[in-house]
Write a protein that binds this ligand. Structure first.
Ligand code: GDD
Ligand code: MG
Length: 339
């Protein structure tokens, strides 16, 4: 195979992450102070991907400005912006003129520990039209359920299945290896892999294979999963970042009376005042100020958050530039700045 190409689907509105996605597209949400998409692209580059098309829709400009032609992620990037959402397969269908050999498709919000290279090699060796990465979960209801036969070929695909009894415990991991021809199963315009293309392929009798893998998986498309991803990364349960405790950015100031426990990331120029207690997993963005006597635990603070003295913050996400009054008590909340 020549150049390995990927398409990353990153055009969704990020509805389940509101209000965090009110101004930022989901792929740009900070994860340990880096845009989430950066981890995805580095993982693809590591798997040998040399060229990635980013299929964008909502708030594309900051993504393009940040990633440019891919100089910092080790591959060549190209951008396609939809005026109107084309859906998951519709977005890839519109790239058909650019795709002339086996390629990889990735949902732009998943973190997986899978080995993309092995999946691609198997797909090519077996001359498949399409291979869907699948893994086991306890509750498949938030995902696409994949039912397979004894040899691993897909017999049914049920998006967001309703319980309590499920036909399979395998879900679509949001990673596909495809041949360009398979896109012709849907016409140009809006279509979804999950509810249009895959069902059509199956009815036609063309086989779709699965690549079953096990290991870490997270779809950061909900506020709950977004917070969980941070905790897992900081606790060393997720790939990409070894847990380090505590990790400090440049020019951080931590008062000697402050207590830091567990796995913590402090962004550049963060300031931790007297008698503050920080309990990991905790991620603080650049320029955050935690004023005297505050206690922060299991939370994510974006850049320039100012935590008033005597406050407690637990299990919450606080967006950039938010200032909390003195003695605030924040638990299980998602806060963003109104300005
Ligand atoms: N370009 C473009 N255009 N991208 C889109 C569009 C679109 O119209 N619609 C959605 N996307 C992108 C989203 O930005 C996201 O990265 C990806 O496609 C998947 O969309 P989600 O909205 O996150 O889907 P989901 O999480 O409910 O379910 C999907 O992912 C699961 C795995 O996490 C499905 O593929 C499920 O079958 C799968 O199990
Ligand atoms: Mg998702």
């Amino acid at each position: 195979m020549g150049h390995l190409t990927a398409v990353v689907l990153a055009g969704g509105r990020g509805t389940r992450l509101r209000p965090l996605t009110d101004k930022l597209a989901k792929p740009m949400l900070p994860v340990l102070n880096r845009p989430f998409l950066e981890y995805t692209l580095l993982a693809l580059a590591h798997a040998g991907v040399e060229r990635t098309f980013l299929a964008l829709g909502y708030q594309p400009d900051p993504i393009i400005e940040h990633f440019g032609i891919g100089e910092n992620v080790g591959m060549h990037l190209e951008y396609y912006i939809e005026d109107e959402p084309l859906g998951t397969s519709g977005a890839v269908r519109s790239l058909l003129p650019e795709l002339d050999e086996t390629f990889l498709v990735l949902n732009g919000d998943v973190t997986t520990q899978m080995d993309y290279k092995t999946m691609i090699d198997r797909h090519v060796e077996n001359r498949e039209y399409g291979t869907i990465a699948v893994h086991q979960v306890e509750d498949p209801s938030a995902y696409g359920l994949v039912v397979t036969d004894g040899e691993g070929f897909v017999t049914q695909f049920i998006e967001k299945p309703k319980g309590p009894n499920f036909k399979s415990d395998l879900i679509n991991s949001g990673v596909y290896v495809l041949e360009p021809e398979i896109l012709r199963f849907v016409p140009e315009g809006f279509s979804m892999f999950e509810t249009d293309l895959f069902p059509k392929v199956l009815v036609s009798g063309v086989q779709l294979n699965t690549h079953k893998w096990s290991g870490y998986f997270n779809d950061m498309g909900t506020t709950e999963n977004y917070l969980t991803l941070h905790k897992d990364l900081l606790n060393g349960q997720a790939p990409y970042v070894a847990s380090a405790s505590p990790l400090k950015g440049l020019n951080t100031q931590v008062d000697p009376s402050a207590k830091l426990e567990g796995s913590i990331i402090l962004g550049d120029e963060a300031r931790i005042e007297a008698n503050v207690k920080l309990v990991g997993p905790l991620s603080l963005g650049a320029g955050c100020i935690v004023r005297q006597n505050s206690v922060l635990e299991s939370s994510v603070l974006w850049d320039n958050v100012d935590v008033g003295p005597g406050s407690t913050v637990k299990n919450s996400v606080i967006g950039a530039d938010v200032s909390l009054d003195a003695n605030s008590s924040i638990s299980d909340e998602i806060l963003v700045s109104n300005s």
